[in-house]
Write a new protein. Sequence first.
Length: 317
Amino acid sequence: MSTISVFNHYTGSKYVDNYVWGAAMNLCWTGLCETVIKAPLELNTTDEAALATTAALNQPVFSSADLDKPSYYIRAGFGPETVRQINREVKAQFPEKSFSDISDDLSEKDIIAYAYFYKKLAYAIPFLRQNVMFNGQPVQGFSASDRQKSAIEILDYQSDTKFIIRLKLQQQEEELILAKGYDTQHPAEVLTAIHRLPERHTGEPGEHDHFRMPLLSMRFRRDYKEMMGRQLKNKDFTEYFIGLMYENIAFELDETGVKVENEAVIMMPRGAAPVQVKHRYFYLDQPFWVILKRKTSPNPYFLLGVRNTSIMKNIEI
């Protein structure tokens, strides 16, 4: 399979309409298949979303060979003792871990798979904190002085609205690449462009060049709802189903560097899958009304039609 076609197998998520993907679920799934199932995982379902996710994870875009050993942890096995072992070993290897311990509420024959990685990287030269604009709105960010421009490499410049640059890091074996002007709904286009770049960069920003970017910060959990409750089809594992499958991502980028933390958990109880329950979500995440009135009166004394974020509190970074 070509490198370009593999780019279509990313199973990213949407966080407030921002695309995000971390490698932990690929590591977790592969560890489960190699250590416990001993084969690519198969689900006994006709659900298209579940089958698509399964197919993508069975053709992983990432493996442990793509990370340095000290930065990741993978384990899969059976029962609560494996869970307790995971919690102990991850805490010992990564004292910076911010996610909670995983629950050991499993029976002895239940399956647990887990993966975690952590990276904290510093720029070769810290940048200058200042407010910047993004989509016409002022946000916190940083820029480069003439001296700090030497910490930027230009990999490709087509215009001010389409370019690829790299910020130099103290950890020279790592890369932080920034690309503007590419589809941000899916990474295939930008990864293809990066893959096709010549090995040599085209230089550093000059005297009349400028650099600015916003600070970024997020904490996000994705539950793989399309997968949960699905019975396995693999020989010797047909009595198992995916009871829990989720990942946590924490990411911060500022004028000094970048930090990313990602874990993935898959729990498979033994037994019949529970009856699928229709969930209802009362999330006020689109325009809505706020109405205040006395119970004894049909007439409200306050009305607010909420249509945008201008009356909401900004997230403090």
